[in-house]
Design a protein around this ligand. Structure first.
Ligand code: GLY
Length: 350
């Protein structure tokens, strides 16, 4: 088992290894005082891993209840959140107890937000079971639910007490779901680590997942330690996301998944940056080759004017402009604060 420590306003460990799920209770008992736990998960994850998690927590001396909701982004809603609050109240949960998020990004974000707000904040542990949640969303304390105005628009920063990444849980992902999460992995290589990028290009990816996840979360831990509340450096984690979110919005958040859209966003921005001479020649070809290896797309037919319009609704937009992440080379990135006119010129739209 590998351990990465996050030094944010609260310090906690990320544990990475094979077969950790069957010991998740014991590992949690070492990290927290609580002995009453609500495992929050979706119906898909529950089918595969729910009972194993319950057994492990009970074996470690926890009293356990389980809250299961339907899988999918539609559940990251205030209606499911309210049901979860009621469930916790009915089961007598107090601030001495703990929530366990068992699942992917939707489960982690929803459970984290419930933990941030129930009784003004109780502890929670993340047990992410997808590539995306293991390398990105379970670490760093961003929690949220969606509202009709947009994804993640209501949220809070609330750090978990522990993150347990059992890499064996990735074995039950479909190839498409696995590929989807790989976009975030490629992102870490692009923004911070040529070594990770080269490893992804040269080695078999699946058999190196524990090492790959450790490298990704080490980068994320460092970025979060430097800028927990997303006022500067943390924006680098949005490489590919400004255009990616615009593509997701174009498809009404249902025709394309997050990772596929982010992959296109990273590639399109890198091609533009290279054509303008602000990115080392050959970078976009290397990126596209890796995206292809990961079974991810790099182009879109959507009119750039439409994507420009949608991307102006991004959370990274401020009244004075928009923060754009540019990679000048593999492993080298910076936040470029553009005015709206500069951004239009960058994309080549009117
Ligand atoms: N997923 C981006 C962040 O945590 O800041």
């Amino acid at each position: 088992m590998e351990t990465v420590n996050v030094k944010a306003s609260k310090c906690y460990d990320i544990l990475i290894g094979k077969g950790l799920l069957d010991n998740c209770g014991e590992l949690s008992a070492k990290a927290v005082k609580a002995r009453k736990a609500a495992i929050v998960t979706d119906d898909n994850v529950d089918r595969y891993y729910g009972e194993r998690a319950v057994k492990s927590f009970e074996k470690a001396g926890f009293t356990v209840v389980k809250f299961v909701f339907p899988h999918g982004e539609a559940s990251k809603s205030h209606s499911v959140l309210l049901k979860l609050y009621d469930f916790l109240a009915e089961n007598g949960f107090t601030r001495s107890d703990i929530l366990i998020a068992l699942g992917g990004g939707v489960v982690g974000d929803l459970t984290g937000f419930a933990a941030a707000t129930y009784m003004r904040g109780i502890e929670f542990i993340q047990i992410p079971t997808t590539v995306l949640s293991q390398v990105d969303s379970s670490v760093g304390g961003k929690t949220a639910v969606d509202i009709s105005g947009g994804k993640n628009l209501v949220g809070a920063f609330h750090q978990p007490s522990l993150v347990i990444c059992d890499t064996d849980t990735l074995d039950t992902l479909t190839p498409e779901f696995f590929a989807d999460g790989m976009a975030e992995v490629v992102k870490y290589g692009m923004i911070r680590s040529k070594e990770l990028f080269d490893l992804l290009c040269e080695q078999d990816i699946k058999s190196n997942m524990p090492d790959i996840i450790k490298r990704c979360v080490s980068i994320k831990a460092q970025v979060v330690a430097n800028d927990e509340f997303d006022r500067g450096e943390r924006a680098l984690l949005n490489f590919g996301h400004t255009l990616g979110h615009a593509i997701e919005k174009h498809y009404n958040f249902s025709g394309i998944t997050h990772g596929y859209a982010v992959a296109i966003g990273m590639s399109v921005f890198t091609h533009i940056a290279e054509s303008k001479g602000i990115c080392h020649a050959g970078t976009s070809a290397k990126l596209d080759k890796l995206l292809e290896k990961c079974a991810l797309p790099c182009t879109t037919d959507i009119d750039m004017n439409i994507l420009y319009k949608y991307s102006l609704g991004d959370k990274k937009r401020s009244s004075s402009g928009i923060d754009i992440i540019i990679c000048s080379d593999i492993g080298e990135s910076k936040v470029d604060k553009m005015t709206i006119d500069e951004y239009a010129a960058f994309l080549g739209v009117l």
